[in-house]
Write a protein that binds this ligand. Structure first.
Ligand SMILES: Nc1nc2c(c(=O)[nH]1)N[C@H]1C(S)=C(S)[C@@H](COP(=O)(O)OP(=O)(O)OC[C@H]3O[C@@H](n4cnc5c(=O)[nH]c(N)nc54)[C@H](O)[C@@H]3O)O[C@H]1N2
Ligand SMILES: Nc1nc2c(c(=O)[nH]1)N[C@H]1C(S)=C(S)[C@@H](COP(=O)(O)OP(=O)(O)OC[C@H]3O[C@@H](n4cnc5c(=O)[nH]c(N)nc54)[C@H](O)[C@@H]3O)O[C@H]1N2
Ligand SMILES: [Mo]
Length: 652
């Protein structure tokens, strides 16, 4: 039994014990010694051996002699020759990577190489960066109350997160609180699995959370339910904030929630209210302000002192990542490309001549998929993909290079949903000819004659380098044994000694007070169309588990959830194949008529690989490249669409 860590982009960062026989993983279990993930795994990772030995696994380099032709096996030497000959240098090169592995060392391995090459710099914005900017604007740093403290709360507010699907190890703490009598309130436009476990499901209209939260704040201020002492001693900007609060009846009309006063009173009167933030509600054009409005609620009642609030924990792990990313290797500030705007970057100007994809599956995950795929298919674009699997993106590759899984590499994992750090060493040998991100970029650097100490360091040596920058002391011996180690982080009020802002106070009005601004594709502009939500799939991790046949089978088929009245209005029967479309594109999915979804909304769950959908393209054919108000981040849940019968189109 060997310890390892789940590498995926999920807040839980589970401790794993792998059973290995004759060099092969035969069983994967949760590590009972992990204080937060406590010995169980999601069913996706519980069958991880299926992913490691997937039929879609890339086991050796492959090259495509001509666009549209087949991928043909090559040696590593041949592949490196081709990449170095055709990649080019400077800003014609776009590196494209994101959350394939959350291991700090492997994830940062490409940066020094692309900096030295003078390539474009990718702005990683496809996930939580809007919410992160919002949190920082008020608190200064992305840390929050220990998630384990949820168990002691008497009022748990889960806002914009389907936690029982995306953050499942938070749930036992929530259930413990419920057992002790706590009320669980879930704010989500549709009745998710998590909302079904709640005492109260608040079906806010998508994209209007700021109106809901500001309405609640207004009630709390008007009725004297705020913590005056906390506000005076711990915060600044309250007077401006209070004076700006909109009328409650107006807020109710905007967000469609009719009992804002009751919600506000229950939250404010709780002894230990705790808000667990999801990322979902930040993925709108006004999402940054929405996060700020909800965060203000926590400060108004002094929740940090009594209960808590948490978005993410990652900045408690105070490494200096620049020792790995090496910004000093940039000769000058090169052009930045926002990853959400990949479609535009590849189709609207021809400055990008080659793209190097690793740890990411843009043909499936990036918004405005039709444009992205048109860009990736450009005849003059050189496409390199370093991957574990043959994905939608490798379909466009001129060169495919094999990557090992986390079970085959060394790394350090910090969580963004708890306060434990863990190192992992390989539990099996690399499959086939797989080379890790570090090995790949070291080899390319060597071939191009890049001399720098970083390119001589393997993963273990980079781990040592990174660990030497950690400011907070940890139990190093336990860490080296591969055990999860807790950061020295308060279990109670983490802001007891002040907030990590310049004044040490919570900032209600930094850069202005939070306000509600309608989204261009929000409900006010809907007309007869539907607001489209594209939440995480239960059996996938973004697009990752598309390579595991049993999980694809469990996710069943691409499905669009509609209120029965909306289905009837369109003449759509349950189970029927429908087109879901807007001006950007179209996908097809089977209708599920359910009153879990309110009228006016369509939900396309799960990040399917295009090739697993009836139309060959997924939900992201409809999502837009528009950026959020803060953090220049994704607005995935901010799109309008129409749904119609497939047959109708054929007739027409
Ligand atoms: N099983 C599984 N787990 C995952 C992932 C996965 O794909 N599958 N992805 C991982 C990653 S990378 C991330 S970032 C996290 C994401 O996890 P979440 O933060 O949960 O993000 P989403 O799934 O985008 O959306 C969460 C919820 O937000 C709701 N929502 C959408 N718009 C609004 C709104 O305007 N207001 C409110 N209140 N709610 C809204 C959606 O209906 C959805 O139920 O999960 C991680 N965990
Ligand atoms: N419709 C819709 N779109 C979404 C989302 C959604 O919920 N719905 N979620 C959004 C969110 S929150 C996020 S974070 C993004 C995620 O987008 P991505 O970061 O692209 O995440 P994945 O889909 O998990 O794909 C990661 C790929 O990296 C590969 N990989 C894993 N480890 C390694 C490694 O060590 N080296 C290399 N070279 N490759 C590796 C995996 O095989 C996998 O194909 O998608 C976003 N897009
Ligand atoms: Mo994400």
């Amino acid at each position: 039994m060997l310890k390892t860590v789940c590498p995926h982009d999920c807040p839980d960062t589970c401790g794993i014990v792998a059973t290995v026989e004759n060099g092969r993983v035969v069983k994967v279990d949760g590590d009972p010694a992990h204080p937060f993930t406590r010995g169980f795994l999601c069913h996706k990772v519980a069958c991880y051996d299926e992913r490691i030995y997937s039929p879609h696994r890339v086991l050796h380099p492959m090259v495509r002699k001509a666009k549209g032709g087949p991928l043909v096996r090559a040696t590593w030497d041949e592949a490196i020759e081709i990449v170095c000959a055709r990649l080019g240098s400077g800003e014609s090169v776009l590196p494209y990577s994101y959350g394939g592995t959350m291991g700090l060392v492997q994830r940062a391995a490409g940066h020094p190489f692309f900096h030295r090459l003078g390539a474009c710099r990718l702005l990683g914005t496809i996930c939580d960066e809007g919410a992160d900017a919002a949190w920082k604007s008020m608190i200064g740093r992305t840390i929050g109350t220990d998630p384990e403290r949820v168990a002691e709360s008497d009022h748990v507010l889960v806002w914009g997160s389907n936690a029982s699907v995306v953050n499942i190890h938070q749930m036992p703490f929530i259930r413990e609180a419920q057992k002790r009598g706590a009320k669980l309130v879930v704010v989500d436009p549709y009745r998710t699995e998590t909302a079904k476990m709640a005492d109260d499901h608040v079906a806010v209209r998508a994209g209007t959370d700021a109106a809901l939260a500001l309405g609640m704040a207004r009630v709390m201020v008007d009725e004297g339910l705020v913590d005056r002492d906390y506000i005076a001693s711990r915060t600044e900007g309250f007077d401006r904030f209070a004076a700006s609060l909109p009328d409650v009846a107006r807020c109710e009309r905007i967000c469609g929630v009719r009992d804002i006063p009751r919600l506000a009173r229950e939250f404010a009167r709780a002894k230990a209210p705790y808000i667990r933030f999801g990322v979902g509600f930040s993925r709108h054009a006004n999402g940054g302000q929405a996060v700020r409005a909800v965060l203000a609620l926590a400060a108004l009642v002094g929740a940090f002192r009594r209960g808590g609030a948490l978005f993410e924990t990652w900045e408690a792990f105070d490494f200096d990542m620049s020792v790995l990313r090496r910004p000093d290797l940039l000769a000058r500030e090169t052009r930045q490309v926002n990853m959400v705007r990949l479609g535009e970057a590849l189709t609207q100007d021809d400055r990008v001549r080659s793209i190097f994809v690793y740890g990411c599956n843009p043909a499936a995950v990036a918004p405005d998929q039709t444009m992205v795929r048109r860009g990736l298919a450009r005849a003059d674009l050189f496409v390199v993909v370093h991957e574990q699997m043959l994905t939608d993106t490798t379909d466009f590759a001129d060169v495919v290079l094999p990557a090992p899984t986390s079970f085959e590499t060394s790394d350090v994992y910090r969580s963004y949903g708890h306060y434990y750090l863990q190192r992992a060493r390989p539990v099996i040998a690399p499959a086939g000819e797989a080379r890790s991100n570090v090995e790949l970029f070291n080899a390319l650097a060597k071939r191009l004659g890049f001399n720098h100490d970083i390119f001589d360091r393997d993963a273990e040596s980079r781990i040592e380098l990174l660990m030497s920058t950690l400011k907070t002391p940890i139990d190093r011996a336990a860490f080296d044994r591969g055990e999860p180690v807790r950061m020295d982080f308060p279990r109670g009020d983490c802001f007891e000694r002040g907030f990590p802002t310049p004044s040490g106070r919570f900032l209600f009005a930094n850069g202005g007070v939070p306000a509600y601004v309608p989204c261009p594709e929000g409900h006010e502009h809907r007309g007869s169309r539907l607001q489209l939500l594209v939440p995480s799939g239960k059996h996938f991790l973004n697009s990752t588990f598309g390579a595991v046949p049993s999980l694809v089978a469990r996710q069943k088929r691409a499905t669009v959830l509609l209120h029965p009245d909306e289905a009837a209005r369109r003449g759509l029967a349950d189970g029927q194949l429908a087109r879901v479309y807007n001006e950007r594109g179209e996908t097809q999915a089977h209708v599920m008529a359910t009153d879990d979804v309110p009228p006016g909304v369509a939900v396309l769950p799960g990040l399917w690989w295009g090739r697993h959908t009836p139309s060959g393209v997924s939900a992201n054919a409809l999502t837009s490249q528009r950026l959020s108000d803060l953090g220049e981040s994704t607005t995935l849940h901010c799109a309008l669409c129409e749904v119609a019968s497939v047959v109708e189109k054929e007739k027409g």
